[in-house]
Design a protein around this ligand. Structure first.
Ligand code: PLP
Length: 440
């Protein structure tokens, strides 16, 4: 048997969420990154139009973060996550809760958005049980929602391609209708006018299942991976009211909206709606080291803190929960965000961004443009070869023209690093306009 590694072969690596065969016939490889740009193997600069994967909010290779990791690696590489702590995990938790308004004053560490979602769903079900309402086990998600790829998140998620291959998923899950596609809302700037009443869909599910069986509702405040679907004005407040009326916990999945994307540290503050649990990841370490965190209301934390004091209260956690390297990276990230005012900078960029993106109205096949804070999407009409054809063509052409985006179906999404300047927005939108007009 030939056991010499084929160092330059692309075959062994089964890439995630990638058209492997297409990629391997024409690979796209980044070798370095700095600030707003990646560099490709053939020496081209590619403008990061989507914070890599909605995570590099401070841009790339930021010195504070790099140095924090370097130092931590030499000081303490790892320490046990269970029954032992280390100072940076506590320091980070204190700094995180200081950024979050209201009563969300406790954090539980994970390693990804998917794990944050699983953690929050488990917390919700267990919370009801510790309070003697063990019949509340159902979970409600929303169509077009994305909550990661693990079984709980996939089940409450609402993106068909992510679900259909994987069996019957978790039992006892139902979905609210999505809020996308009302023609009256096309080309809305910021929050659309119409559709707050779609939150009443929760009342329908309560009628069907009875509130006494429902543990929690999970939604992304702004649906990101579904194609930047901005909630109609008043929708989230209404959802909160209906949850309160029926004793249902509300979970905001802020894996994308967290850490400054909307111009406030979290969407909780932006929308003025306080959920019971908030899931985060990505921007917590600027994407540099895998990490996530679930914020919990004190009432939830306190409900678990009963029974004998030496008994474990929540049988859940990960080997890498609060990993020292991740905590160091997160502290370096928060320093960077705070020193440069990045958690609110999107509010300053938003008007310019909105105007620039909406200038593409009237371009070929453009049927909608959506934006909020420093995130946005341009939706193309589905082409003759079916959904995703135009979207993926745009992705490839943008890459060739030096702009990185994300696509969902035929929506082309952007969420550039929060350090962007007007010249970056100009280049992005100018290039996008040319690319769109070149697609049949
Ligand atoms: N939740 C939301 C809202 C997301 O956007 C994502 C990833 O894009 C996830 C969860 C999953 O995060 P991860 O890929 O880190 O598991």
């Amino acid at each position: 048997m030939d056991r010499e590694p084929q160092r330059n072969s692309l075959d062994a690596y089964w890439m995630p969420f990638t058209a492997n065969r297409q990629f391997k016939t024409n690979p796209r490889l980044f070798t370095s990154a700095e600030g707003m740009y990646f560099k490709t193997t053939d020496g081209r600069d590619v403008l990061d139009g989507v914070s890599a994967m909605w995570c590099s909010n401070a841009g790339h290779c930021r010195p504070r973060i790099t140095e924090a990791i370097r130092q931590q690696a030499g000081e303490m590489d790892y320490s046990p996550a269970f029954q032992i702590g280390h100072p940076k995990a506590f320091e980070l938790a204190n700094r995180l809760v200081a950024l979050m308004p209201g009563g969300l004053k406790h954090v539980f560490y994970t390693n990804s958005g998917s794990e944050s979602v699983e953690t929050a769903l488990k917390m919700a079900i267990a919370y009801h049980r510790v309070r003697g309402e063990g019949s509340r086990v159902r979970l409600i998600g929303r169509e077009k929602g994305y909550h990661g790829v693990n079984f709980g998140g996939m089940s409450v998620g609402g993106m068909v391609a992510n679900r259909k291959m994987f069996g019957t998923l978790v039992a006892g899950v139902d979905h609210l209708r999505h809020t996308h596609g009302d023609p009256r809302n096309s080309f809305s700037k910021g929050e659309p006018e119409y559709g707050a009443e779609l939150a009443d869909d929760l009342e329908r599910l309560v009628q069907l299942h009875d509130a006494s069986t429902i543990a929690a509702v999970i939604v992304e405040p702004v649906q990101g991976s579904g194609g930047v679907i901005v909630p109609p004005k008043g929708y989230l407040k209404r959802l909160r009211e209906i949850c309160d009326k029926h004793g249902i916990l509300l979970i905001f999945d802020e894996v994308i909206t967290g850490f400054g994307r909307l111009g406030k540290p979290f969407a909780v503050e932006y929308f003025g709606v306080e959920p019971d649990l908030v899931t985060t990841a990505k921007g917590i370490t600027n994407g540099v080291i895998p990490m996530g965190a679930v914020f919990a209301q004190s009432k939830i934390y306190d409900a678990f803190m009963t029974g004998p004091p030496n008994a474990i209260e929540f049988f859940h956690g990960y080997t890498y929960s609060g990993n020292p390297m991740a905590c160091a990276a997160a502290l370096g990230t928060l320093d960077t965000y705070e020193e440069e005012g990045l958690l609110t900078r999107a509010a300053t960029l938003a008007p310019y961004w909105e105007k620039a993106l909406h200038s593409l109205k009237g371009h070929r096949n453009v049927i909608d443009i959506r934006n909020i804070g420093f995130v946005g999407a341009v939706e193309l009409a589905t082409g003759p070869a079916g959904p995703t054809q135009r979207g993926f063509a745009a992705y490839l052409k943008l890459y060739e023209a030096g702009v990185l985006c994300r696509t969902t179906g035929d929506s082309i999404a952007f969420a550039p690093p929060l350090i962007a300047e007007h010249k970056h927005i100009d280049f992005l939108v100018d290039t996008l306009g040319k690319v769109i007009n070149s697609i049949d």
